[in-house]
Design a protein around this ligand. Structure first.
Ligand SMILES: O=C(O)CCC(=O)C(=O)O
Ligand SMILES: [Mn+2]
Length: 206
């Protein structure tokens, strides 16, 4: 797959929202590759449950995470300072495939493991200063389908919440003003869910 296929796709993968540049590519990977990646990442990742500080109060994050990337590109958010773990063969392979498809380049990846339906991520945007003003972020989902929610930060005339199902092997691309204008979340679910891993490839500026 080439960058042209992703970006001149006649709108097939584009999610048409104002103040956003969002594309979703279903089946970027398929079975059995997705299952092999999921198993390898579940097994080989040094998963951590980070404590985050919100409004001065410490909370354990309701998911596990890990940060990998080029040495010397530390990253911090909500009081968590992350020193990257080195790249591993599956992460390098996925990074190379996404870079080839998008023409973008990344120097780090945040891995999140949603162990079951109780794991989640609250409303936020990926707007840390280390990412620059219009970050290009590529988000790969493996395993259980989960609902990804978006809400505009200021416009009250839009639908309050937009939901996109992120299924096994789908690649969501977020660029342009998306992080500046929108927040996103992955809520808890009421029905049973198996594990899901999400990888967000990012570029940490020097
Ligand atoms: O799990 C997802 O799809 C999103 C994760 C996310 O927003 C993040 O790690 O910043
Ligand atoms: Mn995010």
């Amino acid at each position: 797959m080439h960058a042209q296929d992703l970006f001149d796709d006649g709108g097939a993968a584009r999610i048409a929202l104002p103040d956003a540049d969002l594309r979703c590519l279903r089946g970027f990977y398929r079975q059995p590759d997705t299952a092999l990646f999921l198993q390898a990442l579940l097994r080989e990742t040094a998963w951590r449950q980070e404590t985050i500080t919100l409004w001065g109060k410490a909370h354990l994050q309701p998911r596990l995470s890990a940060w990998h990337g080029d040495a010397g590109r530390g990253y911090s958010y909500s009081g968590v300072v992350l020193t990257p773990q080195p790249w591993t063969p599956p992460l390098l392979r996925i990074k190379a495939d996404i870079e080839q498809a998008t023409g973008w380049h990344f120097n780090s990846v945040l891995l999140n493991l949603y162990r079951d339906e109780r794991d989640s991520v609250g409303w936020h945007s990926d707007a840390e200063p280390e990412l620059g003003s219009c970050p290009a972020i590529a988000s790969l989902s493996l395993g259980e389908t989960r609902s990804f929610r978006l809400r505009h930060k200021t416009r009250r005339d839009l639908k309050p919440v937009v939901a996109i199902d992120l299924d096994d092997g789908c690649l969501l691309l977020m660029a342009g003003p998306t992080q500046r204008c929108w927040q996103h979340s992955v809520p808890k679910e009421s029905g049973t869910r198996g594990p899901r891993i999400n990888l967000t490839f990012r570029t940490i500026l020097a």
